[in-house]
Design a binder for this molecule. Structure first.
Ligand code: BDE
Length: 148
């Protein structure tokens, strides 16, 4: 698939939809190795209404969810690349480790997710993700996924 992957491409790969599709674009993808994705965070995000009234801060767990979705695109496209009939059927995230929320993410920020495969197995993937705003590290996590 040609890069960048835009919204219309991403919805062909991930089952997530509004308001839970949290990655807008994929700019780099090395199958089985690493991926770079972006989310433009707007004041209109549904979660800002309640988190928190008058003090919009993106929930850290959703930053991690967005990183996991970016990793899901990597796993899905890697499976397709290796000649599986239709790529993956499903990618379930099974574990999170070493999660750190380092800086608040607010309306107007552009999140960049850099996710690399620590282990790209046929059944289990382990991924390391970092979420940056510019050069500032906002969150990081290791993610374990079951792929089939
Ligand atoms: C810092 C590091 C990682 N993630 C979030 C932060 C952070 O500054 N959170 N701040 C939350 C916050 C919530 C409400 Br309510 C409030 O009135 C204010 Br003053 C806050 O800073």
């Amino acid at each position: 698939m040609d890069l960048p992957l835009v919204y219309e491409d991403i919805i062909q790969i991930l089952p997530h939809r509004y308001p839970f599709l949290l990655v807008d674009r994929i700019t780099e993808l090395e199958p089985g190795k690493r991926i770079v994705g972006y989310k433009n965070v707007t004041a209109n995000e549904p979660f800002f209404q309640g988190h928190f009234p008058g003090k919009p801060i993106m929930p850290g767990v959703l930053i991690v969810e967005a990183m996991a979705q970016t990793g899901g695109v990597l796993a899905g496209c890697s499976a397709a690349e290796e000649g599986a009939a239709k790529g993956f059927d499903q990618v379930f995230f099974m574990a999170l480790d070493k999660v750190k929320f380092r800086r608040p993410v607010v309306p107007g920020d552009q999140l960049r997710f850099e996710v690399e495969a620590l282990r790209a197995g046929s059944r289990v993937w382990k991924l390391a993700g970092k979420a940056f705003v510019g050069e500032v590290l906002a969150a990081e996590a290791e993610m374990t996924a079951s792929v089939s």
